[in-house]
Ligand binder design. Structure first.
Ligand SMILES: *Cc1c(COP(=O)(O)O)cnc(C)c1O
Length: 387
């Protein structure tokens, strides 16, 4: 059997045609596809504004900047995430701290957050921004986090890089009902793709304008935003320090097509997950728990080797599956254990739930084009690897 990756894109003929059309048009970048894509994402998510950018890392950086994160501030996120959820605060010079995860959902624990906030209040180390991450595509307990944000006065950026197409209490993830800004990633291993790409969503027009300005050098051609009278039709002003985080029309043409298929993508992921849940149920594994208030986008399907029920180690099963040509992966090495973060003072034992989860976790292949035959091979290999 050919190599089976843990995730990959699904590209159809219409996707290809839509990109070719842009190549034959007047604009390769900063043309009509970008604002169309933004409008469609916002509409799909029931948010008022979406700003598309080069990638989710850039979107997280701009989200922090828009919320005025700076060198005197503290930002909290989860250790069970990709590096970018923490790095975005470091880009702004802020200190980063982490909140341990819930042992069932592997998301930031609202209880741990509450306890940590109580202590931080006493120590005068409250966070300016908290970045919950919807791990594997399942929403965090946003209602509880939002309540705490009112009590302790912090802003919320949802890192929904795994979660476009998911839902939380009858609203699409991205609605920003319980947050200031939500960020998506359109990297090819995620739910839908633009090649590289990301977006920030918000219901706050002032935040959206700030993110748009910072996306392109901090410059404006809008006279109402200028500090001086315009010299003429050529005139633009740089009114703050920004970046070039622009996405292209080529990418957004692809994104528009992919967005049309998002519900189909997520539905297929649920079907594949149902097969895994059924076929793996009798094995010494801990299978992913789904909270009844969420509908996951299922970016990832993570199993844990249950070391109370088997002497097989995670590493042994992982190596067995890799040898069977299955591109299993591990999500995530806790961010605070990275050498860079250890140099900032974090150490083993700081976030024990995330650490013990990490010791047992394996991500199995899950993507739209995973065939029944391929999935059977994965399931049979897991069974053999645990035998
Ligand atoms: C993929 C990912 C990112 C970064 O996304 P890019 O688009 O590659 O920059 C950030 N956070 C999480 C949780 C991710 O999985």
């Amino acid at each position: 059997m050919d190599h089976i990756p843990y995730g990959r894109q699904s590209i159809i003929e219409e996707d290809i045609q839509s990109v070719i059309e842009v190549l034959q048009s007047d604009w390769l970048t900063q043309g009509p596809r970008i604002s169309q894509f933004e409008k469609e994402i916002a509409r799909y998510c029931h948010a008022t504004e979406a700003i598309a950018v080069t990638n989710a890392t850039a979107a997280l950086h701009l989200a922090c900047l828009a919320l005025n994160v700076g060198s005197k501030d503290i930002v909290w996120t989860t250790p069970n995430t990709f590096l970018a959820s923490a790095n975005c605060a470091r880009f702004c010079g802020a200190d980063v701290d982490f909140v341990d995860i819930c042992p069932n959902t592997y998301n930031m624990s609202a209880d741990a957050l509450k306890e940590k906030l109580k202590i931080a209040k006493k120590n005068n180390t409250l966070p300016k921004v908290v970045i919950p991450v919807h791990f594997a595509g399942q929403s965090c307990d946003m209602r509880a986090i939002k309540e705490l944000s009112t009590e302790y006065n912090f802003k919320i950026i949802e890192d929904a890089s795994h979660a476009i197409g998911g839902r939380y209490i009858d609203m699409p993830v991205g609605s920003c009902q319980y947050s200031d800004i939500t960020v998506f990633s359109f990297h090819p291993v995620k739910i839908m793709t633009t090649g590289e790409g990301g977006a920030a969503l918000t219901n706050d027009a002032a935040l959206a304008n700030k993110i748009r300005l910072l996306r392109s050098h901090g410059m404006t051609r809008d006279e109402s935003c200028m500090l001086n009278p315009s010299d003429g039709a050529w005139y633009y002003e740089q009114i703050t320090l920004g970046y070039n985080y622009r996405i292209t029309d080529l990418q957004c043409a692809l994104g528009l097509n992919q967005l049309n298929r998002i519900d189909e993508f997520v539905k297929k992921r649920h079907e594949l997950v149902a097969v895994y849940q059924k076929e793996l149920a009798q094995l010494p594994l801990i299978l992913p728990y789904q909270h009844p208030e969420t509908y996951s986008a299922f970016h990832l399907y993570v199993i844990q080797v249950d070391n109370k029920k088997t002497t097989k180690t995670r590493k042994a099963l992982f190596d067995y599956l890799r040898n069977a040509n299955i591109g299993v992966n591990v999500h995530y090495i806790p961010v605070h254990l990275q050498p860079y973060y250890q140099r900032l003072g974090f150490k083993e034992g700081d976030f024990s739930v995330a650490e013990s989860y990490y010791q047992q976790a394996i991500t199995l292949p899950l993507y739209y084009n995973l065939s029944a035959e391929q999935q059977d091979h994965v399931i049979a290999s897991v069974k053999k690897g645990l035998a």
